[in-house]
Design a protein around this ligand. Structure first.
Ligand SMILES: NC(=O)c1ccc[n+]([C@@H]2O[C@H](COP(=O)([O-])OP(=O)(O)OC[C@H]3O[C@@H](n4cnc5c(N)ncnc54)[C@H](OP(=O)(O)O)[C@@H]3O)[C@@H](O)[C@H]2O)c1
Ligand SMILES: [Zn+2]
Length: 394
């Protein structure tokens, strides 16, 4: 699913805040930096902000320079980039300047939020024209796009790309938006301006909140002094493919151990649970031994069978298995280590190395590692992984 290039832009105080708690917007940047932001705006197809920023700052989000607007028009682009906002509730003041300045707008929201937004009269299109000014109205139209019960950033970015033709998206905050895009591995660049002042108020909005960041150690692309602020441009090293955070590893492995406890009992095979999880934390599939009445199916095999072999997320996914994937088996042509390699999965987290109970010297981890797959053993979960297998000979 193609997405636009996503450029996050923010100015931050030395103590990491985006704003203070006063009614006026805190000016963090310098005049020359506001002009630089104007230039970036002129270079993109769309600018996105969260509903929180519409409420707090009431911004117009325009390209202010007439020369830059003229250059856009000369290049066959709309005078202003598309303005995009995101709201779960759909509850945004219809009088906000966001709606009444610049060119086309789109509100991405939930199904419920779309009802609210329409009730507020936020959706407008050319057919609303009553004065014959339909062309001007079309250029000002606001599209309300419901994305389901919850707002999914991948769907939003795909919609912007495929339906609105957006290839370059500038995101101007606030903190909740930036945090989600970085934790979900969806940002391509971060342009951060550090302003030489302190906010010193823990109630103020922070730039980044807690979360499992999928950005790796960022690569520093550029530093630029602009009057008294410093611009830093960073690139996440592996958007969407970074290692899952440790806390998530424990969560998913604990789930795999719970699934192991659900297996129909057997005296001749292990009880194992497995979960396949994409790099953004989306569960792709789960399975357990002897699932669905198949007396020989293994947990990893059952889980992988539920994935789509063409799913590009498998390459960045992790297989969590309560027991190390098998290296050899009599009941099927391919052992689970092979199935994992064939699925293109490059990371396995397990709780328990396979004992010699059924297959002496089995080394599924070795088979995986020999092909470059990262295998992590978290022994904290070993007792839970063993629990449904206590009756087996040691
Ligand atoms: N210094 C800077 O560069 C800069 C830039 C931008 C903003 N700011 C400051 O940041 C503050 C606002 O930031 P903020 O973090 O509070 O707000 P925000 O990130 O602008 O917007 C948050 C809102 O966006 C909607 N939203 C975000 N993610 C969503 C999701 N996954 N599903 C559904 N809705 C979602 C929700 O709207 P609903 O509540 O409608 O559901 C949510 O309340 C302001 O003080 C502003 O001045 C500073
Ligand atoms: Zn197996």
């Amino acid at each position: 699913m193609p997405h636009p290039y996503v450029l996050l832009s923010a100015a931050v105080s030395l103590d990491g805040y985006l704003d203070d708690t006063g009614p006026e917007r805190l000016l963090l940047s310098s005049p020359a930096d506001f002009d630089r932001v104007d230039e970036v705006r002129a270079s993109v197809d769309a600018i996105l902000i969260g509903a929180g920023t519409v409420r707090a700052d009431n911004p117009r989000l325009l390209v202010n320079s007439p020369e830059r607007r003229a250059a856009r028009t000369a290049a066959g682009l709309p005078e202003y980039p598309l303005k995009v906002t995101v709201s779960g509730t759909g509850d945004i003041d219809p009088a906000a300047q966001f709606w009444h300045t610049g060119g086309e707008k789109v509100l991405y929201t939930t199904d419920k939020g779309a009802e609210r937004a329409r009730a507020l009269g936020l959706a407008t299109d050319a057919t609303d024209a009553t004065d014959g000014a339909s062309a001007a109205n079309a250029a000002n139209a606001t599209d309300v796009v419901p994305l389901g019960a919850d707002l999914d950033w991948r769907r939003l970015l795909t919609h912007l790309h495929d339906v609105r033709g957006v290839r370059r998206l500038m995101v101007e905050g606030g903190g909740l938006i930036h945090t989600q895009l970085l934790t979900q591995g969806l940002a391509d660049e971060l342009q951060l301006v550090l302003a030489p002042l302190f906010v010193g108020d823990s109630e103020a909005p922070r730039l980044f909140g807690p979360g499992g960041y999928q950005s790796g150690r960022l690569r520093l692309l550029e530093t630029r002094r602009i009057e008294d602020v410093v611009l830093m441009r960073y690139e996440p090293t592996a958007p969407g493919t970074g290692p899952l955070p440790v806390a998530a590893d424990h969560h998913w492995l604990a789930l795999a151990c719970e699934l192991a406890a659900e297996c129909p009992p057997s005296d001749t095979a292990f009880s194992v649970g497995a979960v396949v999880v994409a790099s953004d934390g989306t569960e792709l599939a789960r399975g357990h031994s002897r699932e669905g009445g198949d007396p020989v199916v293994h947990a990893e095999e059952a889980a992988l069978a539920k994935t789509d072999p063409a799913d590009p997320r498998l390459a960045g996914a992790t297989v969590y298995s309560s027991l190390e994937p098998c290296a050899r088996r009599a009941s099927r042509p391919a052992p689970c280590a092979r199935l994992i390699l064939d699925a293109g999965v490059r990371r396995v987290v397990t709780a328990w190395r396979e004992p010699d109970t059924f297959v002496p010297g089995a080394d599924g981890s070795g088979v995986l590692a020999a092909d470059g797959v990262e295998v992590v053993v978290l022994p904290e979960h070993e007792e839970r992984a063993k629990a449904p297998n206590r009756h087996l000979p040691h």
